[in-house]
Design a binder for this molecule. Structure first.
Ligand SMILES: Nc1ncnc2c1ncn2[C@@H]1O[C@H](COP(=O)(O)OP(=O)(O)OP(=O)(O)O)[C@@H](O)[C@H]1O
Length: 353
């Protein structure tokens, strides 16, 4: 599936602004962004229930929507799975799944049986939706959505109604089924963890635009800007200024390639890339190439989180607060002086906006 230049305005505001992306068969792209950034509107235009002002949608190379063509939603070979896209309450599982299928009764019955087997619901073929748990209903909804073999599946927060444990299982199972079918999947979510778990590609959306697009690893480890970094985790920010393609900070020098002298920059790093070490009579550990110069801070808060501790420091150099995530064998007391170092290869330098 390929979309190009999709644009939609509501009340004079461009809620979707020139959005382009493509999803290959058997691939999952997550449209990730905060509430209200235009994700659902994008999906609705692809599905055909909302009309774009500009742009084009292609499924398998065929135009299903542009300035002149408007293929109706049911003829686009697009399946939908939305959180509130309920099963028909008055139909049993078999008839829910077979609802949109054409062919002889025997063919429909065979396809329904195959799909229910695939999603592990064969034992519930005669059940009605109210007799099923949320997870079971979701499995049936998946079987129903893939029954007509759509080339594209659009999913809008489809797992948000499920509790955490179940959600992980259903996500993985759903992905397996869609990959086996070779469906191109576009999944909308506002949860970075969900996107990273499910996506081959993440398209990060903000204010109606795609601000970054790439594999989860790359989007997480090479964010396009400060907001993109902050969307995936807590971040620490220290300020600097560029001199000779470098910026000097209490943690040592950082490269600022391509930025002219005098540019104000934010040096950004995630709490898990902070190392801590003991105070040795007012001195810290030696600087290293990996972690640069240590800087001293005093613990203002430390929380035990199971696998790790979240520790906050007030830094000696300017009184600012920095956060560190460290293995939970460390749970320093409030008021303890410690030395912080940051993984230099995990810091991002952005011009300040
Ligand atoms: N039919 C409509 N009329 C007017 N404004 C609309 C309409 N549909 C959406 N909007 C506005 O467009 C913006 C984007 O909405 P959209 O539902 O696409 O965002 P979203 O990123 O999916 O958010 P959420 O995750 O909360 O659903 C919002 O400000 C919303 O209020």
């Amino acid at each position: 599936m390929k979309i190009r230049g999709l644009t939609r305005t509501f009340g004079g505001r461009r809620v979707v602004d020139d959005v382009s992306l493509s999803v290959m068969p058997g691939q999952v792209t997550c449209l990730l962004g905060p509430s209200g950034c235009g994700k659902s509107t994008t999906l609705r235009m692809i599905a055909g229930v909302e009309n774009p002002e500009a742009g084009e949608v292609r499924v398998d190379g065929q135009v299903v929507c542009d300035r002149t063509v408007r293929v109706p939603p049911e003829a686009r070979s697009i399946g939908l799975m939305f959180q509130d896209f309920a099963l028909f309450p008055h139909l049993d599982v078999a008839r829910n799944v077979g609802f949109g299928l054409s062919g002889s009764r025997a063919e429909v019955r065979a396809r329904v049986a195959e799909l229910l087997e695939r999603v592990g619901m064969s034992d519930h073929i005669d059940a009605y939706p109210h007799e099923l748990s949320g997870g079971e209903q979701q499995r049936v909804a998946l079987a129903r959505a893939i029954a007509p073999r759509p080339r594209v599946m659009l999913m809008d927060e489809p797992f948000s109604g499920l509790d955490d444990r179940l959600r992980d299982d259903i996500r993985d199972e759903t992905l397996d089924v869609l990959k086996q079918e070779g469906t191109a999947v576009l999944l909308v979510t506002h949860e970075p963890a969900e996107a990273m778990r499910m996506a081959d590609e993440i398209a990060l959306m903000r204010d109606g635009r795609i601000v970054q697009h790439g594999a989860p690893y790359n989007v997480y480890n090479a964010p396009a800007d400060l907001a993109a970094a902050a969307f995936f985790s807590d971040i620490n920010v220290i300020r600097g200024e560029v001199r000779g393609a470098l910026t000097e900070t209490p943690f040592g020098q950082f490269l600022a390639p391509g930025l002219p002298d005098g540019t104000a920059v934010d040096i950004v790093f995630r709490p898990q890339h902070v190392r801590i070490d003991f105070d040795r009579g007012g001195r810290g550990p030696h600087p290293t190439a990996e972690t640069g110069t240590p800087a001293r801070g005093v613990v203002t808060r430390a929380r035990f989180m199971g696998a790790e501790s979240l520790v906050e420091f007030r830094m000696d150099f300017d009184g600012s607060i920095l956060k560190a995530r460290v293995p939970s064998v460390f749970l320093p007391r409030r008021g303890t002086a410690l030395w912080l170092m940051v993984r230099r290869d995990r810091c991002f330098v952005f011009p300040r906006r």
